[in-house]
Design a protein around this ligand. Structure first.
Ligand SMILES: C[S@@+](CC[C@H](N)C(=O)[O-])C[C@H]1O[C@@H](n2cnc3c(N)ncnc32)[C@H](O)[C@@H]1O
Length: 241
């Protein structure tokens, strides 16, 4: 469906604004991933492509005394992230900056990158870049992979993806990371993500929004549900950590 740039921006924003995390990420998994960082004693964390800051806020709440930075290229998302942090009383414990994930260069103990590999030029380049940032630390990565054979629509519209968790993990290992954990979002996490996003689009309340939401639902149902998966990797460069 053809959309003007303005309509596209409005609808995508409404979709992401409706979600706590702009990824197929349930609350239980989010807490478990953050607690894994805590167990490994990280003192500084950057979330690259943090969006509205949901995960960075969770890190701040759960890991006392850890310096947390969220970076996103979208100034409106960064403003929303700052506002939410201030409203939650976290304003002085987490900072949000407008910036390019691909060139951000403050060293940290742990780097998070969820759904943002395109900003680096793909997952292989992302793993190499995260290695520079968290040189002896941890990375937490969420990214798309094919779970089953994609059809022509998927290949045209969703681009190249590694095959399964093993394919993404192999790219991380090639960049010198050791894989501590690899898992795929559950179907419930995907359905909740898609359902929440589409509900956000519908909340715009226009005929264009309704048509776009219905089209996305059809594409999900007919093409990528159960085909495109989202893989979660916990990585280290220092296996003793
Ligand atoms: C799929 S969303 C994921 C957001 C967030 N990680 C989450 O899980 O809620 C991708 C995010 O990457 C951001 N982004 C895209 N290109 C970027 C870049 N070059 N530098 C920083 N952020 C970027 C987008 O603005 C968007 O917020």
């Amino acid at each position: 469906m053809d959309l003007s740039d303005d309509d596209r921006a409005t609808l995508f924003r409404a979709g992401s604004d409706a979600l706590r995390f702009n990824a197929p990420l349930g609350d239980d998994r989010a807490r478990a991933l953050v607690d894994e960082l805590g167990r490994r004693g990280v003192r500084s964390v950057v979330d690259l492509g943090c969006g509205r800051g949901g995960l960075a806020r969770l890190v701040t709440v759960r890991l006392d005394g850890v310096a947390v930075t969220g970076v996103d290229a979208d100034a409106d998302a960064v403003t929303a992230a700052r506002t939410s942090a201030a409203e939650a009383g976290l304003g002085d414990r987490v900072r949000f900056e407008v910036g390019d994930a691909a060139t951000w260069c403050e060293p940290v103990d742990a780097a998070i990158a969820v759904g943002v590999s395109h900003a680096f030029g793909g997952p292989a380049a992302q793993f190499a870049r995260l290695a520079n940032l968290a040189a002896s630390g941890i990375a937490l990565v969420g990214d798309g992979v094919w779970e089953t054979e994609p059809d022509a629509w998927c290949l045209t519209n969703l681009g190249e993806q590694p095959t399964s968790a093993g394919g993404l993990a192999a790219l991380a290992e090639a960049a010198g990371w050791t894989v501590l954990a690899a898992d795929l979002s559950t179907q419930d996490e995907w359905d909740a993500f898609e359902g929440g996003w589409v509900a956000g689009v519908r909340s715009v309340g226009s005929p264009v929004a309704e048509a776009f939401a219905a089209e996305r639902e059809r594409q999900y149902r007919e093409h990528y549900r159960g085909v495109l998966a989202f893989c979660w990797l916990v990585l280290t460069r220092s296996p003793s950590r």
